[in-house]
Write a protein that binds this ligand. Structure first.
Ligand SMILES: Cc1ncc(COP(=O)(O)O)c(C=O)c1O
Length: 383
């Protein structure tokens, strides 16, 4: 059968040199603590398998994911090394997790019992678990006052269930002055104290990117870094702490159509944007189905063409968006020109954080939202 060749004029460039640099930088920042790379949600949109392999290659000691399916995807692609699943999973997924040698997060006695039962049925002899303590995120984890009951239960199931780690997760680490940080830190330290010398051989961890950067006393055995490894700040308050990080993802396209629109004409659905003068409109072939939010235009969204900023005009449609390239006479934009939606062109940069600020969200949501239709092109850029 002959090969079908299709090309799309929209793609995401994932810079693996920048990713490796970020992992190495974070390693040096938190040493002697280890770095575990958070690669859930398709590595925040960057592509889980390639990023997971790059993380381990760059010196990450382990990986973290959210879902059983994410473990299966990584193992099927030959990813080795520890993979911590960050919350308990449906019982139906336990066989798969056990067969794929995952490291399990546990916070309920019932769940530990089910793990032990399933492992016995499968003939698995050792199941590494990390207990998650809920010190104030109020999402998942064992309450500190129930911790010792769970610890004793896990001990009873030894050597099948191996207590390998204990951890918690900060809710406000991207706001270093938030009083809840101290309170969570205090509760976690108190939880560890209750366990006495049982913690001696454990991996103890509490830091996401923000905490790893701003709470040095919390770095403990390892840090679980996601957003910073992708070269983005965990939030506006930490931008100055993140200048050594290099953005990993760029979102790019090519101009697919150029046309002149008369003054007073509506552009895109609803004609909510009206031209005020004769202007050149460039059409760019990606839209909200690709993760460019429909309202980015009204939030002041811009793109780069030829190293210059141009405003998006009209609501973003499912597969295409329009850009106002200005008056006819001096518009150099042509079909096929490169358009940068996120990334650098010449001396101009549009960051995921710029979208996030405009849209009232966080950079995490921007890159996680880049759709499956957008091909990830992996590049290694010589420094
Ligand atoms: C439990 C846990 N640890 C670590 C992380 C990584 O956080 P960040 O991307 O802010 O580094 C996450 C991500 O949400 C998480 O849920």
């Amino acid at each position: 059968m002959s090969e079908v060749n299709v090309e799309r004029w929209a793609w995401a460039e994932v810079n693996l040199t920048a990713y490796a640099h970020n992992i190495e930088y974070l390693k040096s920042l938190v040493a002697p603590a280890a770095v575990w790379a958070v690669v859930k949600a398709n590595a925040y949109g960057h592509g889980a398998v390639v990023i997971a392999k790059s993380a381990l290659h760059a010196g990450a000691s382990g990986l973290c994911v959210a879902l059983a399916g994410e473990v299966v995807e990584l193992r099927n692609a030959g990813v080795q090394g520890p993979i911590l699943v960050l919350s308990q999973q449906p019982y139906e997924s336990l066989s798969a997790l056990l067969q794929q040698s995952a490291t399990h997060t546990v916070y309920s006695i019932d769940y530990v019992n089910e793990l032990a039962k399933c492992a016995t049925a499968l003939g698995v002899s050792q199941v590494p678990v990390h207990i998650k303590v809920d010190t104030g995120m109020n999402r998942v984890g064992v309450a500190p006052q129930l911790l010792m009951e769970l610890v004793h239960h896990v001990q009873k199931l030894s050597p099948l269930i191996v207590l390998e780690g204990i951890y918690t997760h900060f809710a406000n680490a991207d706001e270093p002055e938030h009083p809840a940080n101290n309170e969570q830190s205090r509760l976690f330290t108190e939880s560890l104290r209750q366990m006495g010398n049982l913690t001696d051989s454990l991996k103890i961890h509490s830091c996401n990117s923000a905490a790893a950067i701003t709470l040095p006393h919390e770095r403990r055995s390892l840090v679980r870094v996601g957003i910073s490894s992708y070269g983005m700040s965990p939030g506006p308050q930490l931008s100055d702490n993140c200048t050594e990080l290099e953005p990993v993802m760029s979102l790019k396209a090519r101009v697919s159509h150029v046309h002149v629109v008369q003054p007073g004409q509506g552009v895109s659905y609803g004609h909510r944007a009206i031209t005020t003068e004769e202007c050149v409109i460039a059409t760019v072939p990606l839209g909200y189905a690709d993760g460019v939010p429909r309202r980015l235009w009204s939030a002041g969204g811009e793109v780069l063409i030829g190293g210059k900023r141009f405003p998006i005009m009209g609501v973003i449609t499912m597969d295409q968006l329009m850009v106002n390239c200005g008056p006819v006479g001096n518009c150099p934009v042509e079909v096929g020109d490169e358009v940068v939606l996120i990334g650098k062109q010449g001396s101009e940069v549009i960051s995921a954080a710029e979208w996030a600020d405009a849209l009232g969200t966080i950079a995490y949501e921007v890159t996680c939202g880049i759709g499956a239709r957008i091909e990830r092109q992996y590049v290694e850029v010589p420094h």
